[in-house]
Design a protein around this ligand. Structure first.
Ligand code: MSP
Length: 480
């Protein structure tokens, strides 16, 4: 069986999850479910990034030990993933013993290369980014991402010779050995490489909440290095699971952390003499009503509120159908209800209700399955299937959904043209053919939506399997 290793970023344990975190995790979940259906041996991992000065500070402000604080946040993530039906195979926390132990081994390996050297760092550090920031990137002295003044830091650190690997990384990106998707994100990385990005320090002297740097315990490992290594530690590097699943087939990330994944991460792997991930898939970020989601602005959308209102499957759909992942997108909260009604209640929900009720009323739920489906339906099915499969293969979930939903509209048109209710009145012998074609199409739709709407799919299957006994309606998506 062919393996498929897929990862999400590990999210900062600095606060509870919002729809941005849910979006990436849902993308990975849908892709994993699709690949499992195709017969792949899937390893889907997600987790939490629990170290670093940002988390240390927040825990301190809340008068909590960092470990106690991150334990609480972990519960929030786990609870949300459970409610959203995220079927991960492994969940990694960077404060776990397994992670810390393996990071130490990896750091020892890194240390034994000529790539690590001591030096003094002097420069600006943004705690929000957990990254150094060059003076030219500041806007009026503020970090452009976090709109905060970075700290001026001067300390002795251990550095990594990134420059040594830039030409190799560039070559691997250009020949698609390391595929960065979409094209504009790939070009962004090539431009950063061209600018001659400096070496980076892989330790911190003043950050206590981190993994001690082996041999130099007055330093902790830089949180990004610690975090990136999760993709290996979760596989129990260098044991069997690692040997089976590494390299990752796709690593899904948001646009703001592209540099870390497409430059720092491959460089560390090259130094460790490990294969590079095959693909980095970079999705755009949500803004809410035109603004960046932020606690200060009070526009953070809590996925639980969406689940309470629409249910888990509908929330999955509403988030994934917002905008093509390749682009940035703006989310308007007021649109969720409209979309729920138009696509789910009046779209897929109504189609299933309509067709299944027709079959129950006309045929007592018994349908002749030997009749070949109508040509119009099979042609539509074939072209939709081809597009759907291609989009799913390219991880273009938004486009795959769009295809399915335009097929649903076509079926509505087909029903309105055929008018099976009149066919029944006039005892038209072609009625059986129309109904069996429609049932055939519904089964195909069920198959396509399964990775997106797993619970509703189960409900549909059970209903159709027992069509003869059905007395109640399917009620797929209740009207609000
Ligand atoms: N801890 C680092 C990642 C380390 S991976 C080795 C981090 N964490 S984070 O909590 O800030 O999560 C960032 C990721 O969450 C983004 O890359 C993206 O996947 C997701 N999103 C966070 N905000 C988002 C939006 N506004 N929109 C869409 N996705 C967003 O960076």
């Amino acid at each position: 069986m062919k393996k498929f290793y897929i990862t999400t970023p590990i999210y900062y344990s600095s606060g509870k999850p919002h729809i941005g975190h849910a979006f990436t995790t849902l993308c990975a979940d849908v892709i994993s479910r699709y690949k499992r259906k195709l017969g792949f041996d899937v390893m889907f991992v997600t987790g939490l990034d629990e170290h670093g000065s940002k988390i240390e500070k927040i825990a301190h402000n809340q008068k909590m030990e960092p470990q106690v604080f991150v334990d609480l946040i972990a519960q929030k993530y786990l609870a949300l993933w459970k409610r959203l039906n995220i079927k991960y195979d492994n969940f990694i926390r960077t404060s776990s013993d397994q992670h810390k132990r393996i990071v130490k081994t990896l750091m020892n390996n890194l240390n034994s290369t000529p790539d690590v050297y001591a030096d003094t760092y002097e420069g600006f550090y943004c705690t929000g980014c957990e990254n150094f920031i060059t003076e030219k990137d500041l806007i009026d002295g503020f970090c452009p991402n976090h709109l905060k003044k970075p700290q001026l830091i001067k300390e002795k650190n251990y550095f990594f010779n990134l420059k040594r690997y830039l030409p190799i990384i560039k070559e691997k990106i250009l020949n698609n050995e390391l595929k960065i998707v979409p094209e504009n994100r790939k070009n962004e990385i090539l431009a950063i490489i061209k600018e001659d990005i400096p070496n980076f320090s892989i330790t911190r002297r003043k950050v206590r909440w981190g993994i001690p740097f082996p041999f130099f315990p007055d330093q902790t490992i830089y949180v990004w290095v610690d975090a990136l290594m999760n993709y290996l530690t979760v596989l129990d590097f260098p044991q069997e699971r690692f040997r089976k699943y590494w390299p990752a087939d796709v690593q899904i990330i948001g646009a703001e952390i592209n540099k870390f994944h497409s430059i720092y991460w491959p460089a560390l792997l090259l130094s460790l003499k490990l294969p590079l991930p095959k693909e980095i898939f970079v999705h755009g970020l949500f803004t809410v009503n035109g603004q960046k989601m932020s606690k200060t602005l009070g526009n953070v959308i809590d996925p639980h509120i969406m689940i309470n209102r629409f249910g888990a499957d509908a929330t999955r759909y509403l988030l994934l159908s917002q905008f093509p992942a390749y682009e940035h997108g703006d989310v308007k909260e007021s649109e969720f209800e409209k979309k729920y009604n138009s696509d789910l209640v009046n779209g897929v929900g109504n189609l299933f209700e309509r067709v299944l009720t027709l079959i129950i009323n006309n045929k007592k739920g018994i349908i002749e399955d030997k009749i070949p489906p109508d040509r119009v339906i099979t042609d539509l099915l074939r072209s939709t299937a081809m597009d759907y499969q291609q989009h799913m293969k390219d991880y273009e979930l938004y486009n795959a959904l769009k295809k399915v939903f335009s097929f649903i509209k076509e079926l509505d048109i087909y029903i309105n043209e055929k008018k099976p209710w009149l066919m029944q009145k006039s005892n038209d012998p072609k009625l059986d053919g129309v109904l069996s074609s429609l049932l055939y199409a519904l089964k195909q739709i069920t198959d396509w939506i399964e990775p997106f709407l797993p619970e509703k799919t189960k409900k549909i299957r059970t209903y159709i399997d027992n069509l003869k006994e059905q007395r109640d309606k399917l009620h797929l998506f209740p009207r609000l």
